[in-house]
Design a protein around this ligand. Structure first.
Ligand code: DQQ
Length: 578
């Protein structure tokens, strides 16, 4: 086997030398967005991911479904493509979560309690179909306080105008919480005692906390003296989310449901790590306690929604389609100057349906079915053998704007390489040349947003290993060669997941949209989102390949790839309808 690996390594190096021997020195390639002359306009603007027409966007706020309409509010700087000190709640509405109509800002800084910005928060639908928003205001002293807003006209399904409660703020920082680290109220839930509960992220020194408040009427809130959740050495817990999931089945459930058919999920965005971690556990409602099945370890064993770029996320219950939907903010990986030049920064992920997997240990995430209506031309490949070292181009679709579903059939796992997956950092492993370029079963996967000569490509791959007591898959999203531009964050991402050896197949779904690659491994058990900014593989010059670099052959049991049509997102036409 060692000889095989060595031969493969040699072949790959020769291959690399041949490919890079174009006579064009790397320095001749563009170093910033200014230098991309080949493609006019906006090569990195997306076609079916949510983004405002211009300027800065970060967290999704207050998503909800109301009178037949989906609402997405979001953190937005209306004045620049960078974050600022006058952040508003911008507002768009949709009938399908895919095409969006831009509306006026719902909440803007105007009062002493939010004059320095209106930061993140959530919507709750009170009995009688009455939505309310709780959001964080940065007040005149730069303290973080929680404010309430209600719709002016409940008969307007677009909920265009919001009225701030005159007695705001309704919650101020309690003892033991830093006044400038107390933010992001969650969607509230109703306890069996008829009281509302909400959780708010906080910090005290090095300790990250989530604080619980209770209310009879949604206006007057009292603090629970014990933190709902706390972690050492994490700093502030941002954007906490707390919701029930059915133990069996994919359906979502209303945030207030507490019964033996559900478990609970707590999600925390740790600012210091810029990642969203989630914990499955038990909600002991009469003690106001959440007991996670596993504690935060600060290692790669912790569960994350996404092992790439994905932050400040939030879920809501879509009672129309009985599903829980997750939105996450996808930041840029280029420079602030690039954002200013582009005139915009920030995307939202494709909304993902979430449910508990059959082991009860982790969540499954899958792009909402509604995105499939954007699928256009289709290419299928069935039963193709991928010999060791092979690469096949998938042509006939728009590779820069695509949806790809692949099922690989694996060989006997007996021969998989050994690994102690509990003590190896998967992200580090994915960034190491030997793991990404050779192995026994894998790496195999897709090269996306690739130039024809493969000088530019982003590789999403699987590599199967034998761990001491089980088989594991390593999923990598390798951006290291995604662009000839140098001024980019090209961090390679990776995660381990358990493989059921009885299944014999492994699946990959990838959504590509010009500068974003959202990958869903093993039917949504592990997700990695990457931002990439090719300088050659743009528009029609982007290519798509399937490859196998492992010494063992893999069978491409089924590949379906579709060109994706453009969604209507906040564009001029939609503006006219608002
Ligand atoms: N973004 C908001 C805060 C939140 C942070 C400010 C998370 O409320 O904590 O735009 O990205």
């Amino acid at each position: 086997m060692e000889l095989g690996v060595a031969v493969l390594l040699t072949l790959l190096s020769v291959d690399f030398l041949l490919k890079s021997g174009t006579g064009i020195g790397i320095d001749a390639y563009p170093n910033s967005i200014h230098s991309i002359k080949l493609h006019e306009g906006q090569p990195y603007r997306t076609s079916y991911h949510f983004q405002p027409s211009k300027n800065w966007m970060n967290d999704p706020n207050g998503p909800m479904y109301y009178k037949g309409v989906y609402h997405l509010f979001y953190q937005h700087n209306p004045f620049a493509a960078t974050f600022g000190d006058q952040i508003v709640w911008a507002h768009s509405v949709s009938y399908d979560l895919i095409n969006w109509i831009h509306l006026n800002n719902a909440i803007e800084p105007s009062e002493p309690y939010d004059i320095n910005s209106c930061w993140s928060g959530s919507a709750t639908i009170l009995p009688g179909e009455k939505p309310v928003i709780l959001y964080t205001g940065i007040d005149e002293n730069k303290h973080q306080v929680q404010n309430l807003a209600t719709p002016k006209d409940l008969s307007d399904p677009f909920l265009r105008e919001w009225i701030k409660y005159p007695q705001n703020p309704v919650i101020t920082p309690p003892n033991g919480v830093e006044v400038d680290n107390f933010r992001d109220p969650s969607t509230a839930w109703l306890g069996k005692d008829g009281k509302w509960r909400v959780i708010i992220g906080a910090q005290n020194g090095d300790e990250g906390k989530v604080i619980l408040f209770q209310s009879d009427d949604f206006f007057n809130w009292t603090v629970d003296p014990n933190p709902f959740y706390a972690t050492d050495k994490t700093g502030v817990c941002e954007c906490p989310d707390f919701f029930p999931v059915f133990i069996h089945g994919r359906n979502g459930v209303d945030t207030s449901v507490q019964n033996p058919s559900v478990r609970h999920v707590a999600k925390i965005s740790y600012l210091s790590r810029q990642h969203d971690y989630y914990f499955v556990g038990k909600y002991v409602d009469d003690q106001e306690l959440f007991i996670p099945d596993t504690n935060f370890t600060g290692t790669s064993l912790d569960l994350r929604y996404d092992y790439g770029k994905f932050y400040a996320s939030k879920t809501f219950f879509d009672h129309q389609k009985h599903r829980r939907i997750l939105w996450g903010w996808i930041n840029e990986s280029d420079s602030t100057q690039d954002d200013i030049d582009k005139g915009w920064a920030g995307l939202q992920s494709i909304p993902r349906q979430v449910w508990l997997d059959e082991t009860g240990k982790r969540l499954i995430q899958w792009p909402i079915e509604d995105v499939e209506k954007l699928r256009g031309e289709q290419i299928s490949i069935n039963g193709e053998k991928l010999e060791s070292g092979s690469r096949i181009e998938v042509s006939g679709i728009t590779a820069s704007q695509a949806d790809i579903e692949v099922i690989y059939e694996m060989p006997e796992l007996e021969n998989a390489e050994l690994i102690d997956s509990d003590s190896v950092d998967p992200q580090l492993l994915c960034s190491q040349e030997y793991a990404s370029s050779c192995g026994t079963i894998g790496p195999f996967g897709l090269s996306v947003l690739a130039s024809e000569d493969l000088i530019e490509q982003t590789e999403i791959s699987f590599h199967i290993y034998k761990a001491p007591t089980r088989y594991v898959g390593l999923m990598c999203s390798d951006q290291s060669r995604s662009s000839l531009r140098k001024d980019l964050d090209k961090t390679t991402y990776g995660a381990f997941f358990d493989i059921d050896p009885r299944l014999k197949t492994i699946s990959l779904r990838v959504l590509i949209d010009h500068s974003i690659v959202e990958s869903f491994g093993e039917e949504g058990r592990v997700c990695i989102t990457s931002r990439v900014y090719p300088s050659l593989a743009i528009g029609k010059d982007a290519h798509l390949f399937v490859f196998n670099k492992g010494t063992q052959s893999i069978s491409l049991s089924k590949l379906n790839a579709w060109s994706m049509n453009k969604a209507q997102i906040n564009n001029e036409k939609a503006l006219d309808c608002s």
